[in-house]
Design a protein around this ligand. Structure first.
Ligand SMILES: Cc1cc2nc3c(=O)[nH]c(=O)nc-3n(C[C@H](O)[C@H](O)[C@H](O)COP(=O)(O)OP(=O)(O)OC[C@H]3O[C@@H](n4cnc5c(N)ncnc54)[C@H](O)[C@@H]3O)c2cc1C
Length: 417
């Protein structure tokens, strides 16, 4: 039998227990599993060799980028097969700007893609607080959202092409970045948001944008999410970000006093056209802006410190946001923050009410995952959300591409129906 170390080189197969543990638990600490080794291929050919080895030797493979996903997608799920974690962090080439696109290895961090774009006077349209750990491959695999969706759209809208290795070791590559390409099934689109269940993304091509207009950051207390939305929409096309945090979580982060208002609203808007109420606290300079953003961006850590038990990311129709948050606050001890203009809310639960919250989301006509994906956390809830026929269609694709269920078993789908 060929050893894994013969496939990628012994120094890239990590079997030491102490080292493995660093990869076996996710960022939240909620999802944990065991693997026999962490393998770190440095090229698409090595990824293909690892996947072929796994199929031949009856192993499951869990793909891991920065391990910042919050739904357990990047760590081993319970199962009866030995697992290897395939870390993408050595897939760091290419790393270049071609025209108005960044062409980068899947293991490059989101922050490095942003900095690369800036070096060329451009911006990448995806941003989130885990930017310096999350990989570009992970953000494409999860179709990440974040704080700039209201301006640029989800990650899916930035992806111009990608390269991926399928479970049988074959390579799909569509990296030419053509604006028009009607040549059959959209495999790039299918792999985007597939959460590592169909293959390993090894490189991506993403669109870059002209820098946004100079902006102002403003914070104010609001009485409802409807009011927050109204203020966000008043910014018109100048809106760059619209974030809300409930008053308890805002206070825990040390945010400025909100008076009697139950929500803090943070707006970022083009300086020339911003429409801000007089009472808004406004920042235009770097450190002041960063300070205001910190109260919002530290919310995941704040919730950890407050003893969050379950983190639930959901989307709710905009016109029902207040009704939904009222229902959730009444039923569960929690804090809520999120990207209000997208109807995207993070419910940080201090009980184990996730299933109930997700059922409420389905009742409200929302989505049980807005931006983090399904992972291990929502494999049951996603059936209620999408319905059995859609899940059957997804499973058929999974079976066709991954007949041995090698890739991320237990993620997106339950292992056994
Ligand atoms: C503080 C904090 C703030 C966050 N804020 C946001 C936010 O605003 N918006 C948002 O959308 N998310 C947010 N996240 C979640 C997380 O950062 C994103 O889901 C991110 O896209 C995960 O990237 P990663 O490289 O860490 O992926 P991982 O966590 O390693 O993996 C996530 C999933 O993608 C798969 N995967 C990873 N790399 C590949 C690859 N190359 N090929 C195939 N599959 C792959 C994994 O198997 C897993 O299923 C936040 C997380 C933290 C900790």
């Amino acid at each position: 039998m060929t050893e894994l170390s013969e496939v990628v080189g012994p120094e890239q197969v990590l079997t030491d227990e102490g080292v493995r543990q660093g990869y076996e638990t996710d960022w939240t600490g909620r999802f944990t599993g065991t693997c026999e080794a962490v393998v770190r291929p440095g090229t698409a050919d090595e990824v293909a060799a690892v996947l072929r080895w796994a199929v031949d030797n009856g192993r499951a493979v869990h793909v891991q980028g920065g391990n910042t996903g919050l739904v357990g997608g990047s760590v081993p799920a319970a199962g009866d097969r030995p697992v290897i974690i395939l870390s993408t962090t050595r897939l760091r080439t290419p790393l270049e700007v071609v025209g108005r696109s960044a062409v980068v290895g899947a293991g490059v961090t989101l922050g490095d893609v942003q900095r690369l774009a800036a070096q060329h006077g451009l911006v990448y349209g995806v941003d989130l607080a885990a930017r310096d750990s999350a990989t570009i491959g992970g953000t494409v695999a999860t179709n990440a959202g974040g704080i700039r969706v209201c301006k640029y759209g989800m990650t899916r809208m930035q992806v111009e092409g990608l390269e991926a290795v399928l479970p049988d070791g074959s390579l799909i590559s569509r990296m030419n970045g053509l604006a028009k390409d009607n040549t059959g099934f959209d495999l790039v689109g299918l792999l985007t948001g597939s959460e590592g269940t169909l293959g390993v993304i090894t490189a991506v091509r993403v669109r870059l944008h002209d820098p946004a207009e100079e902006s102002v950051v403003a914070v104010l207390g609001v009485d409802s999410l409807a009011q927050a939305l109204e203020l966000a929409h008043a910014q018109g096309t100048g809106l760059q970000a619209a974030e809300i945090v409930d008053r308890r979580a805002w206070a825990e982060a040390g945010g400025p006093d909100l008076g009697d208002h139950p929500w803090a609203l943070l707006l970022e808007s083009d300086m020339e056209t911003a429409e801000l109420p007089d009472e808004a606290l406004v920042a235009t300079e770097g450190p002041d802006r960063a300070r205001l953003w910190h109260f919002r961006e530290s919310q995941s850590e704040v919730a950890q410190q407050m003893g969050v038990k379950q983190k639930v990311d959901v989307a709710v129709p905009l016109e029902r946001l207040d009704e939904f948050t009222t229902a959730v606050f009444a039923a569960h001890p929690c804090t809520i923050f999120g990207h209000v203009a997208d109807g995207s809310l993070h419910v940080e639960l201090f009980d184990h009410g996730e299933d109930d919250v997700l059922a409420t989301v389905v009742d409200f006509g929302g989505a049980v995952s807005a931006e983090h994906g399904v992972g291990q956390a929502k494999t049951t809830a996603v059936v209620d959300d999408r319905g059995p026929d859609a899940i059957a269609a997804m499973r058929a694709i999974k079976r066709a591409w991954d007949p041995h269920d090698v890739m991320n078993p237990g993620v997106l789908f339950t292992v056994v129906d």
